[in-house]
Design a protein around this ligand. Structure first.
Ligand code: SF4
Length: 400
């Protein structure tokens, strides 16, 4: 049945890059994301039956909300390994025991723990008591277990930019991956007001990170340097360095089974629903085609690893040429002022207000949350925080 759903003819299906948002429930309180205020209803969240209908993937990111809130996450991972070559889970690292247990069963899985800076900064941004110690402690335990694919994920903003290089150095000493992002606005983050205020300061820390990465002996880190160079371009509100091909060979699926191009749009864009359709019906539908047309003219200029990594593979010559140019000039460091917009701002040819206007920050926007009616209905009597706390208390009572 499942095989028939995902294959209509004998031609091998092209493998895609997929992100599976298993829940919108979250126990953190990040200052740049209001998702914790808008949780999904557990009864409505993706089932194994729906997950079994996903297409073959060369890479799958499992994310949330906080994915480890789902007590059946191991079942989801088991199902996804039937169709995905590589799985990476993004988490806040709080549920240490659940993470360790899952990694014991799937030692090949990747784990990225969001840490937003050194201890004080991280706890202030993420709003999780002992969040740094929990996250960092979990990472250390994973490394001690011999897990190969573990690392930090940091969303760089004015408050934590000075911690960027120190945190990279910690991850490097531990032999971990170090993934960066910057502030974005979208229905996924239930936020429209995120913005970088002091662009030269933040870009200066990215510049230092780019130089650290370029000076390593790892080609993977050189390409990371290019990604971080792209983040400087992004925070100055400039067009993406690479085309965005989301929804062509990449997709996101939300907890309700809605398949979307990405998580960067202002409102949720739906290509179809995998609870009610087969993958082929959905992927080849007029609705999916209409979304692809919108992607072609999308002006949000996101620079998140989910949309950039596939583009870096597809248009490899561009980052490769950048890497080559920066590696073949020993003794000369990368400078943020290689970006024309940084020079124009430094030289007073463009104002802060003009750059702000290039961003997706919209103080007057009606913020969209992408929730179903039933999930929103829960919020009539309780806050998102109360709902999630009750969910977790019920899980603990079940396990007692
Ligand atoms: S730029 Fe790409 S990733 Fe960003 S909202 Fe547009 S389509 Fe989505």
């Amino acid at each position: 049945m499942v095989a028939a759903d995902t294959k209509q003819n004998n031609a091998p299906q092209k493998k895609l890059n997929g992100t599976v948002i298993v829940t919108y429930r979250c126990n953190a309180r990040c200052s740049m994301c209001n998702r914790y205020k808008a949780p999904s209803k557990p009864e409505e969240e993706l089932t194994l039956e729906t997950i079994a209908k996903l297409p073959p993937m060369y890479f799958t990111n499992i994310t949330g909300g906080e994915p480890f809130i789902r007590a059946d996450l191991a079942d989801i991972v088991r199902e996804l390994y039937k169709k995905s070559d590589r799985i990476v889970i993004s988490t806040n690292g709080f549920f240490t025991d659940r993470i360790i247990a899952l990694c014991e069963e799937f030692p090949q899985v990747g784990i990225r723990i969001s840490i937003e800076g050194l201890e004080e900064t991280n706890n202030a941004i993420r709003g999780l008591e002992n969040g740094f110690q929990r996250g960092y402690g979990t990472l250390k335990r994973l490394v001690d277990m011999g897990m190969k694919d573990v690392g930090f994920g940091m969303t760089v903003q004015d408050r934590n930019a000075p911690d960027l290089v120190p945190l990279y150095k910690i991850s490097d000493e531990l032999g971990m991956e170090f993934a960066t992002a910057s502030l974005h606005n979208s229905f996924y983050f239930v936020e429209a007001k995120n913005i970088i205020h002091d662009r030269p300061m933040v870009a200066g820390h990215f510049e230092a990170l780019v130089n650290e990465l370029l000076k390593s002996n790892s080609p993977k880190k050189w390409f990371r340097a290019y990604f971080n160079h792209g983040l400087i371009n992004y925070i100055y509100g400039q067009p993406r360095l690479l085309p965005c091909d989301m929804s062509f060979d990449t997709f996101f699926i939300d907890p309700y089974g809605d398949v979307m191009p990405c998580n960067g749009t202002k409102d949720k864009e739906v290509m179809g629903n995998l609870n009610t359709q087969t993958w082929d019906e959905l992927w080849n539908s007029p609705e999916a085609e209409a979304v692809r047309q919108k992607v072609r003219s999308c002006d949000r200029q996101c620079w998140m690893i989910g949309s950039v990594s596939p583009a870096m593979h597809k248009y490899i010559w561009k980052p490769a040429w950048w890497v080559l140019r920066h590696k073949l000039r020993p003794g000369k460091k990368y400078s943020m002022y290689e970006n024309e917009i940084c020079r124009r701002y430094r030289d007073g040819l463009v104002t802060k207000e003009e750059l702000d206007a290039c961003s997706t920050c919209d103080l007057a926007a009606a913020v969209s949350d992408g929730l179903s009616d039933a999930s929103r209905e829960q919020l009539r009597d309780k806050t998102g925080e109360e709902i999630v706390a009750e969910n977790l208390a019920a899980q603990s009572a079940e396990n007692a």
